[in-house]
Design a protein around this ligand. Structure first.
Ligand code: A3P
Length: 325
C-alpha cells in the first residue's frame, strides 16, 4: 500500500506533479523529492514527519537503507540503552518476546504513515525511533530548518551495495511469497544501478550520513554492517560510548558486552517464537527480516561482470568522499 497514493493530500499532489518522476522495476511511479526517491504515500508520510515530528534531546534516531542492517541495529541499540533495566531478570528482556521493529518504530513507515499525527509524549524518554530518510531530510524534520545541527543522537548503519541489493531481492520474494523470474531480477538490478528505488540512490543516502558524521561527530554515528559482523563486541562498546552510556570496567569483566552480542545475534533472534511465527504492528511477518546475515552472499547471485558494473558506479559516486566500500 505504501506504493499507492490513497493517503496523499491535495497539497502533496500538487507538489508531486512538479517533481521529477520515474518508474520502479515493477512499473510503480517514484518521485524525487530533495534527491531521494519516494512512492506517493511514503512522501506524504515524510512530509508529515517534517511538519510534526519533534524528538526530545535524549531520544535516539536509527537510520538505514532498507536491508542495510536495520533490524540488527534496532536490537543492539535497544539492548545497549536498556541494559541496566533487565540485568537482574534477563528472561524478561523485551527482545525475547517482541520483534525489534515493534520496539523501535519507524517514523514514516509506522508512526506517521496513513496521515497519522501520533502523540509521541506517550513514549517514555529516551525513546528510540527509526527512519529510512536521507540525513538532510531528517535534519529538516528534527530542526525544522536546514542549517542547524541535530537536537538528538542519530545512528546510521549501512552495508555494501551488492549484499544490500541481494537482500532486498530476497525480501521482496519472501514478502510476496513468490520467486521472481530472471527478467525482473535484471530489471530490479538495473533500477538499483540507476539509483531509482525507494529511498535511493544508495550512494546519496550513505553520503548524506557519511558527511553528517564527519561534520557532527557528537550527534551522528556512521556504522557498517560488515564492521559489526567482523567485531561485534567492539561496535557494541562504540555504541555505548556514543550514546553516553559507556560500558564500565565491571560490566566488561562480567560479560555484559557479550550478553548483548549474543542476545542480538541472528541465530538467537531468529530462533525465538516471536520472530518465527509473529507479525509486527505494520502487518509484516517477523520472519522476513531474518535470513543469512552474511557478508558476500552476493557472490551466489551476481556474476563477476554484473558485480563489476555496480562496484564501478558506487566507486565513482563515492570518489573524494573518503568513504570506501
Ligand atoms: P540477508 O538478507 O543478507 O541475510 P534489514 O534489517 O535492514 O531489513 O536488513 C535485513 C538483513 O539483515 C538480512 O540480510 C538479515 O538476514 C540481516 N539481519 C537481520 N537480523 C540480523 C541480526 N540480528 N544479525 C545480523 N544480521 C541480521
Amino acid at each position: 500500500s505504501y506504493m499507492k497514493d490513497d493517503n496523499v493530500s491535495q497539497e502533496t499532489k500538487n507538489l508531486i506533479s512538479s517533481l521529477p518522476s520515474d518508474k520502479d522495476f515493477m512499473g510503480y511511479s517514484l518521485y524525487n523529492y530533495k534527491g531521494c526517491w519516494y512512492y506517493p504515500n511514503t512522501l506524504q508520510a515524510v512530509l508529515d514527519v517534517q511538519e510534526h515530528f519533534q524528538p526530545r534531546k535524549k531520544d535516539i534516531i536509527l537510520a538505514s537503507l532498507p536491508k542495510g542492517g536495520t533490524t540488527w541495529l534496532k536490537s543492539i541499540v535497544f539492548a545497549v540503552l536498556h541494559r541496566e533495566k533487565y540485568r537482574e531478570n534477563p528472561q524478561t528482556h523485551p527482545l525475547l518476546s517482541q520483534n525489534p521493529h515493534d520496539l523501535v518504530p519507524f517514523l514514516e513507515i509506522e508512526l506517521y504513515a496513513g496521515s497519522q499525527t501520533p502523540d509521541l509524549t506517550k513514549f517514555p524518554s529516551p525513546m528510540i525511533f527509526s527512519t529510512h530518510m536521507h540525513l538532510n531530510t531528517l535534519l529538516e524534520a528534527t530542526t525544522k530548518s536546514s542549517s542547524s545541527s541535530s537536537p538528538c543522537k542519530i545512528v546510521y548503519v549501512c552495508r555494501g551495495i551488492k549484499d544490500t541489493f541481494v537482500s532486498a531481492w530476497h525480501y521482496r520474494n519472501k514478502l510476496h511469497r513468490t520467486e521472481m523470474d530472471q527478467a525482473s531480477f535484471e530489471l530490479m538490478f538495473d533500477a538499483y544501478c540507476r539509483g531509482v528505488h525507494l529511498y535511493g540512490p544508495y550512494w546519496e543516502h550513505i553520503l548524506s550520513y557519511w558527511k553528517g558524521s564527519l561534520e557532527d561527530k557528537e550527534h551522528v554515528l556512521f556504522m557498517k554492517y560488515e564492521e559489526i559482523i567482523e567485531d561485534p563486541r567492539l561496535q557494541v562498546k562504540r555504541l555505548g560510548e556514543f550514546l553516553n552510556c559507556p560500558f564500565t570496567k565491571e560490566e566488561e569483566e562480567s560479560g555484559s558486552v557479550e550478553e548483548i552480542v549474543n542476545l542480538c545475534s541472528l541465530r538467537n533472534l531468529s530462533s525465538l517464537e516471536i520472530n518465527k511465527n509473529g507479525t509486527i504492528r505494520v502487518g509484516v511477518d517477523t520472519n522476513v527480516f531474518f535470513r543469512k546475515g552474511e557478508v558476500g552472499d552476493w557472490k551466489n547471485h551476481l556474476t563477476p561482470q554484473i558485480a563489476k558494473t555496480i562496484d564501478e558506479i558506487v566507486e565513482s559516486r563515492l570518489r573524494g568522499s573518503g568513504l570506501i566500500f
